[in-house]
Design a protein around this ligand. Structure first.
Ligand code: HEC
Ligand code: HEC
Length: 503
């Protein structure tokens, strides 16, 4: 509350400073955007409470459906939160989470801007960077295993094709979006550490008047070697797993974005033909279409997605719950206490490291700060959410000693995984067999596996690890059956909290 008030006061001060003696109007909400109580960040304590809360939310959804059929466009309109109201601090993170959730489950209509004049009404195979549109809502694909989950094989997207033939497109399985805010944060921390190491190396080469070569490392992960030449330029040929700009891009199977916000805007555009104000102002013609400046997709709707809506969707995804690790302590064989799985799980934890899985699927990454910030593009106010205090439950909890540890099982780097997983051609300059190590948290709830969902089981996924992961995959298959089962038991314990949902 206090923070909101200060943000508000400082915006007042700024406004009056600019406009001389005129007093700025007291900011208030315009009354259009509304959280409807359909989605919640909370996990109620107790099964009965959870079930009742789920039933209540379902009843509200029913109400909202009636409202929508009597007042078409209502449910989209109530997500149109103005960015200035967010900048003024008039919306709490919890309310933005709800608005974002409403948008994520919003069936976009033509009247809202769905689709484009130069694209078919719906296209299963995307056309270049322009996209489908191939779905009516985000949750059509991100739905398996819980809110903002992954997708099934039949939900796969076909990207960067000719809009017609599947063989021209790259097949991609929808990724689970759990813990996305923390992944972005850990990526940002690594990127800024690497940038610091680069700057220091350039300075030391200058001071020594000699080239300098040094290893790039952050959070115990090596990103290869960097050489600073005498003239201040860099030799990045030995950098590994990230681009030459040393920016970590954990999002997308190929590692194509550093931030959730970038993907929110490109997903809106390619899957739904919903173009945000920022996208319209900044994207290339190949991405947005060649219609009028204000309406590049030529469908007659302008400002299809406002900056505020992008912020709300980004906040929703950044605040996603953190997956859990649930060892099979309580599994019972109808009444008899289970004696089998717990020792296997213990063995699986050890084997996961011994086989070398943990070199890429890094079990623990320490995070310095859990505060997710979304800078306003105006450069002024900032949306700030402490994920440890305000994220969706279950949220990240500091350890007993105060450290914050992410158990995401990724190194955020790209690796060459060999011929079994290779695409038919490269994506945006990335080699066909190169993918970012996907986080394994929540794994039990995100079948099928790999970038195109080609692996129906965990063992199929491991079998397809070749290239840099060949040694660890072979070591897995050299194990006796109980050893392999132990690894699978451990992987199956990577799951998500149980929620009730009314279908
Ligand atoms: C047609 C299915 C489909 C729809 C609809 C869809 N997505 Fe996705 N989403 C995908 C696929 C496939 C990927 C992986 C893309 C890649 O590898 O580049 C993905 C990846 C993402 C990611 C990156 C996650 C990560 O960890 O890499 C985000 C964020 C995301 N989607 C958000 C959204 C939002 C927001 C919407 C709605 C505006 C949406 N998606 C609609 C299929 C879909
Ligand atoms: C050299 C790095 C590396 C090593 C070592 C490695 N992996 Fe992977 N793993 C990856 C990459 C990259 C992918 C994504 C490949 C794709 O999408 O085609 C992946 C995907 C997976 C997936 C599927 C995840 C999903 O969400 O679809 C599982 C499960 C998995 N690995 C388990 C293991 C296990 C178990 C081991 C050890 C036996 C292991 N990995 C060793 C890099 C590695």
């Amino acid at each position: 509350m206090k923070r909101r008030l200060t943000a508000w006061l400082s915006s007042l001060l700024l406004a009056s400073a600019c406009s001389g003696e005129r007093v700025a109007p007291v900011p208030s909400r315009d009354g259009v955007a509304k959280p409807l109580g359909l989605f919640s960040r909370a996990l109620e304590v107790g099964a009965k409470e959870r079930a009742l809360a789920a039933l209540e939310r379902d009843a509200r959804r029913r109400e909202a459906r009636f409202r929508e059929v009597t007042e078409p466009g209502y449910s989209f309109r109530v997500t149109r939160v103005p960015q200035r109201e967010i900048d003024w601090g008039l919306w709490s993170p919890g309310e933005l989470f709800e608005l974002g959730a409403q948008l994520f489950h919003q069936r976009f209509r033509k009247e809202d801007g769905f689709g484009a004049a130069d694209l078919p009404a719906l296209g299963r195979f995307q056309r270049g960077e322009r996209g489908g549109p191939d779905a009516y809502q985000c949750a059509d694909c991100h739905r398996r295993g819980g809110p903002a989950g992954g997708g099934d094989f039949s939900d796969n997207a076909y990207i960067l094709g000719d809009g017609d033939r599947p063989a021209t497109a790259l097949e991609r399985n929808p990724r689970a979006l759990v813990g996305a805010g923390l992944i972005e944060l850990v990526g940002r921390e690594i990127s800024s550490e690497l940038a610091g190491q680069r700057d220091a190396l350039i300075a030391s080469a200058k001071a020594a008047r000699a080239p300098r070569r040094s290893e790039l490392t952050s959070k115990g992960i090596s990103f290869g070697f960097l050489t600073a030449r005498l003239d201040g330029t860099l030799d990045t040929s030995e950098v590994s797993g990230i681009d030459a700009d040393l920016l970590v891009r954990p999002f997308g199977w190929k590692g194509r974005a550093a931030t959730i916000r970038e993907l929110v805007e490109s997903e809106l555009a390619t899957h739904h033909g919903m173009q945000s104000e920022h996208f319209v102002a900044t994207a290339s013609e190949a991405m947005k279409g060649s219609g009028p400046t204000e309406d590049p997709d030529g469908d007659g709707v302008i400002a299809e997605i406002t900056e505020g809506q992008v912020s709300a969707l980004t906040a929703y995804l950044a605040m996603q719950e953190v997956p859990t690790i649930e060892p099979p302590l309580y599994l019972q064989e109808w009444g008899k206490p289970n004696i089998h799985f717990q020792p296997l799980w213990n063995e699986g934890v050890v084997l996961f490291r011994e086989l070398g899985c943990a070199t890429c699927h890094v079990p623990e990454l320490e995070l310095s700060s859990t505060v997710f910030t979304l800078p306003a593009r105006s450069g002024k106010a900032t949306l700030r959410v402490d994920l440890a205090a305000e994220g969706a439950e279950p949220r990240i909890k500091p350890e007993a000693d105060g450290r914050v540890v992410l158990r995401a099982f990724t190194d955020l780097k790209r690796h060459d995984l060999g011929e079994f997983v290779a695409d038919a051609f490269s994506e945006r300059g990335r080699r066909p067999s190169e993918f970012v190590t996907p986080p394994l948290w929540g794994l039990a709830r995100s079948r099928p596996y790999l970038h195109d969902g080609r692996a129906p089981t965990l063992e199929d996924a491991i079998m397809m690890h070749r290239g840099e992961a060949e040694a660890s995959s072979s070591a897995y298959f050299a194990l006796p059956e109980d050893g392999r089962a132990a690894v699978r038991v451990f992987l199956t314990s990577l799951t998500r909290a149980r929620r009730f949902a009314v279908p």
